[in-house]
Ligand binder design. Structure first.
Ligand code: PGA
Length: 242
């Protein structure tokens, strides 16, 4: 009830596949009158403009990343200003797959700030590696990631997605986290959020599917979903059960 389900399609679907799947999700959502849960889709940049032309009120548009400058000589980057032009509402930032490509605390903080400045909602991913958990460092890692991402920001809406890196379906660990253990981090994440920021949700991501989502949304306000958002029937089941 009143949860948010965000699809992170990563680089998993082609152009036509993305457009077709988004149309199917949108058509389903428009017919579903009793739908309390919010839905957002974060497709690749290549199709984000196409999707913006047909997504209605029931399915919000999100991006998987953005640059922190609004315009200029930044070859290959995408401007947050351009995202607002096509009514993009959410931007995933600090995903572990991007951190692994070299995205630093400072870059993530600048991106969060730019996204807020343009009136969009950042979805800030935080999560420990398996080695961090095994060494008892989970709380410290999450605290650093949360505090660094949220440095010097105005009190605007944001989402924190707790994604234990090792529990992401494509991480290769083959492991998942129990909802109860994941839930232990909620208060720790909250206590790392600066006092002046109070407009946020904490959601969970990592191998969520239609069968497990309700166990996570007992403790979290929604889910960030990779693998289970790539097929219409699986994604619908997950949205209904969230
Ligand atoms: P997954 O991906 O649902 O396939 O584990 C989640 C994510 O990486 O955001």
């Amino acid at each position: 009830m009143n949860k948010i389900v965000i699809a992170n399609w990563k680089m998993q679907l082609g152009v036509d596949e993305s457009i077709n799947l988004a149309k199917e999700i949108n058509q389903w959502a428009e017919k579903e009158e009793s739908l309390d849960n919010k839905i957002a889709i974060c497709p690749s940049f290549l199709v984000i403009h196409d999707l913006s032309k047909f997504l209605g009120d029931k399915v919000a548009l999100g991006a998987q990343d953005v640059f922190y400058e609004k315009e200029g000589a930044f070859t290959g980057e995408v401007s947050p200003k351009d995202l607002t032009e096509i009514a993009c509402k959410y931007v995933i930032l600090g995903h572990s797959e991007r951190r692994a490509m070299g995205e630093t605390y400072d870059i993530i903080n600048k991106k969060v700030s730019a996204v807020m400045e343009m009136g969009m909602t950042p979805i800030i991913c935080v999560g420990e590696q398996l080695e961090d958990r095994d060494a008892g460092n989970t709380d410290k890692v999450l605290q650093d990631q949360v505090m660094q991402a949220l440095k010097d920001l105005p009190n605007q809406e944001f989402i924190i997605a707790y994604e234990p890196v090792w529990a992401i379906s494509t991480s290769g660990s083959g492991q998942t986290i129990t909802p109860e253990i994941a839930a232990e981090e909620v208060d720790k994440i909250k206590s790392s959020i600066p006092d002046n920021l109070d407009n946020y949700k904490i959601i969970y991501g990592g191998s969520v599917n239609g069968g497990t989502v309700a166990d996570f949304t007992k403790y979290f306000e929604g889910a960030l979903v990779g693998g289970a958002s790539l097929k219409l029937d699986k994604f619908i089941e997950l949205i209904k059960n969230a």
